[in-house]
Design a protein around this ligand. Structure first.
Ligand SMILES: [Zn+2]
Length: 151
């Protein structure tokens, strides 16, 4: 899923926990569970001319996605005015960490973390249901709205 979806889940989790460490762990677990759910990103940039072009397109999308997730988190903190914002930051950090690790392994060729790349991709492809990204965006938008409505 996109970082924005993972951040929405993290925000929901953070409102239900009092411990930043627990929030981090639950955020991390939520990432892997949500990545198992088919979300229409399988064929994203499949038509790219080269692997380098695909990575560049992914980096652009990731930058926009990261910006949206930061805006979502800051907006939520502004409106909720929680007593401990660290719980939200810790939970969101856990929820987005796997995708940052994935990007880092790809970008910096961190071979010692290849096992993580394999795990991440296996979870993504576990259900092997691929559908168009436009439906994936709709699914994720509904998910984000659902998470925020349950706060
Ligand atoms: Zn992921």
């Amino acid at each position: 899923m996109f970082l924005t979806s993972h951040t929405a889940a993290a925000i929901l989790i953070a409102t239900k926990t009092q411990n930043p460490f627990l929030g981090f762990i639950l955020g991390l677990l939520s990432h892997f569970i949500l990545d198992i759910v088919p979300h229409g990103e399988g064929g994203l940039f499949a038509g790219s001319k080269s692997h380098k072009q695909k990575l560049l397109n992914l980096a652009k999308l990731a930058a926009i996605d990261f910006l949206l997730s930061v805006i979502l988190l800051i907006s939520t903190l502004y409106f909720l005015k929680p007593n401990n914002i660290f719980i939200f930051i810790a939970t969101a950090s856990g929820a987005v960490l796997p995708d940052f690790l994935w990007g880092s392994v790809e970008l910096f060729k961190l071979k010692f973390l290849n096992w993580f790349l394999v795990l991440h991709h296996r979870l993504h492809d576990l259900l092997d249901i691929v559908y168009d990204i436009k439906y994936g965006l709709l699914v994720q938008l509904i998910f984000i709205i659902l998470c925020l409505s349950l706060i």
